[in-house]
Design a protein around this ligand. Structure first.
Ligand code: GLN
Ligand code: ZN
Length: 587
């Protein structure tokens, strides 16, 4: 948060507006108003803590009751503050802050409502109702009807209705609860608290059976995966040699010019690709027909790249519906909903795959496509994988083991794929970690822990290869200042990032931190239909060369090209290649 002081200066102006709004609610006969303050689960300096005191003092005299609502984390240092604010109730996320509930109960005024978020609002698993009642019942005895129960947060993060999922495997389905089922769970809990467990005995028994079936299911627990995880040691995550040695060996093999050119993976997803995919899904097109349709697209992508004169080619990802789903569909331990859409941002929705069990890879997932693409060219063909952290962050993840454990399992599966690609003769392998930043906890003090296991998972996936194999990674942003040391720790030989929209300003992170390996700062904003000129690309790369030695620079777009049309992509890449030539001539 930059400029905190200025922001706080705006608070006195905002409060009268809140006051007027609350009065308007009161005039409409509204009794309770929920005010969301998830900021209370982040570190607040004294000025911000005082701002809470001032703000709620100013709203205290209003005629509605206020439910101060926190979620996504623990209150920690703000716990006393939250309990002391002059409001009528406090909502706490008992999924993330279960340990704080008893202290809050003892510090919150007796007259206040304590609303406990007992149902996970961000995930899709059934709640263990018996376990929840175990700690809710004493709380209910002490707080009586001033104990409320609720989901931990808004249900915006879960799909609407499990009842529409008629294709989900019956076992897995029995372990899940979407938004409507979560409301049913609350009703059962309320019944048990108010009328006694016997009043909802059937529902509780069904729930207990489902929880138990998931706990012991061989679908969830795979001893050989657990054994493989136990075998991970420090060496698993280490390359054999340090970067400078690897770089020399890779240079001999790849023989790349200065300012090598490449793209981030996908080429336009044309109407033909989409048609073939939907015909294949509906059974109209057989496997062989689908494969040859995809091969035609791959061949086209290779031809275009050859004609453009790019240095490191890609197969174009025609066969991938989505960079996470594609892998999830081929891994054991994943299930897919039909209608499980949730909002991602704005009007964009996603349907996250469901990581329900120990993850393993029954067979190679990308090798055949990559091998085919490589057979069409003598230029290096870059193998293309999604990294474990991104797969994890874009899935609904099982809640019966810590996330880092699930991430490691994904890392081992991707590692096997990396090694299979290497065995198939692929010399350059890119492991995308588009969503690494998205997993950062709200609280800064927890960042290190997350970054530590996230980076380690990437390293487990990537670092089993020979020195000669060049590992790339890609991230769709470059707000790096605060995590640059961790990014360097990933130890990828090459990283490509999004920088063109900020005109390379985002490379500021590299002023103070000397990034040791190679970097491709994006020079083509793929979110826009604009075609960058050769001159513009050259000027961007010159700016990059002020911060990063030119020997370590690559020339590439910001991200994958799947949302663009070939008519845009070809002239843009032509200018990009011409720019690289011009930069080479400059020396
Ligand atoms: N390799 C992926 C692609 O090119 C990367 C996408 C992403 O970073 N979001 O589409
Ligand atoms: Zn990207």
């Amino acid at each position: 948060m930059k400029d905190d002081s200025n922001r706080l200066a705006l608070l006195p102006l905002l409060l009268p507006a809140y006051g007027a709004l609350l009065d308007a609610f009161a005039a409409q006969g509204v009794d309770w108003v929920q005010i969301d303050e998830p900021a209370l689960v982040t570190e607040l300096d004294p000025a911000w803590q005082k701002a809470f005191v001032d703000a709620y003092a100013a709203l205290e005299t209003r005629r509605v009751k206020l439910l101060l609502t926190t979620y996504f984390g623990q209150l920690k240092d703000n716990l006393d503050l939250a309990c002391r604010l002059p409001v009528d109730g406090l909502h706490v996320d008992a999924i993330n802050a279960r340990d704080e509930i008893d202290v809050i109960e003892s510090r919150l005024p007796e007259t206040s409502v304590l609303s406990v978020g007992v149902i996970d609002g961000r995930n899709i698993w059934k709640t263990d109702l018996g376990a929840a009642l175990g700690w809710l019942e004493p709380l209910h005895r002490s707080r009586g009807d001033r104990l409320w129960i609720a989901p931990s947060c808004s249900l915006l993060h879960t799909p609407v209705d499990l009842d529409s999922e008629d294709r989900l495997d019956a076992d897995i389905r029995s372990w899940l609860a979407f938004a409507l089922q979560k409301i049913d769970e609350l009703t059962v809990l309320a019944g048990a608290l108010n009328e006694g467990r016997a009043s909802v005995a059937d529902a509780l028994a069904d729930n207990a059976a489902a929880i138990e079936s998931r706990r012991v299911s061989p679908r969830v627990h795979n001893p050989s995966v657990k054994a493989a995880i136990a075998r991970i040691d420090a060496k698993t995550a280490e390359r054999a040699s340090a970067y400078p040695q690897r770089e020399r060996k890779q240079a001999v093999i790849l023989k790349l010019p200065a300012y090598p050119t490449t793209t981030i993976g996908s080429f336009p997803q044309t109407p033909e690709i989409r048609r073939a995919r939907s015909q294949y899904k509906s059974g109209e097109l057989g496997r062989a027909g689908y494969e040859s349709a995809m091969q035609r697209e791959i061949a086209r992508a290779v031809q275009e790249q050859e004609a453009l004169g790019l240095d490191v080619l890609v197969h174009g990802e025609a066969e991938r519906n989505d960079m996470v789903e594609y892998f999830g569909e081929q891994l054991d331990g994943y299930a897919f909903s039909q209608f499980g859409w949730v909002q991602s941002y704005g009007s964009r929705c996603v349907k996250p795959p469901i990581l329900f069990g120990d993850i393993s890879r029954p067979k190679a997932m990308t090798v055949e496509w990559t091998r085919y693409a490589q057979s069409l060219t003598t230029k290096p063909m870059k193998g293309m994988l999604t990294g474990p952290v991104t797969i994890l962050n874009w899935s609904f993840v099982r809640d019966d083991q810590p996330r880092p454990v699930s991430c490691r399992q994904l890392a081992l599966a991707i590692r096997e794929e990396v090694l299979d690609l290497e065995r198939a003769g692929v010399k350059v392998i890119q492991i995308d970690e588009a969503a690494l930043r998205e997993g950062l906890p709200l609280r800064k003090s927890l960042w290190d822990e997350y970054l530590q296991w996230a980076v380690e998972s990437f390293r487990i996936a990537a670092n089993g290869v020979q020195d000669e194999t060049q590992i790339h990674t890609h991230m769709c942003y470059s707000e790096f200042n605060d995590i640059i040391a961790s990014i360097a720790d990933m130890d990828a030989d090459v990283i490509t990032i999004e920088t063109s929209r900020s005109e390379m300003e985002l490379l500021d992170a590299f002023d103070d931190f000397e990034y040791p390996n190679q970097i491709g700062p994006g020079v083509y904003d793929i979110h826009s239909p604009n075609i960058p000129t050769q001159e513009h690309i050259v000027s961007l790369m010159r700016k990059a060369a002020e911060r990063i030695p030119r020997e370590r620079l690559w020339v590439n777009p910001d991200c994958g090209l799947k949302t663009r049309a070939w008519e845009e992509v070809i002239p843009a890449l032509r200018n990009m290649v011409a720019a690289a030539h011009a930069l080479r001539r400059e020396g």
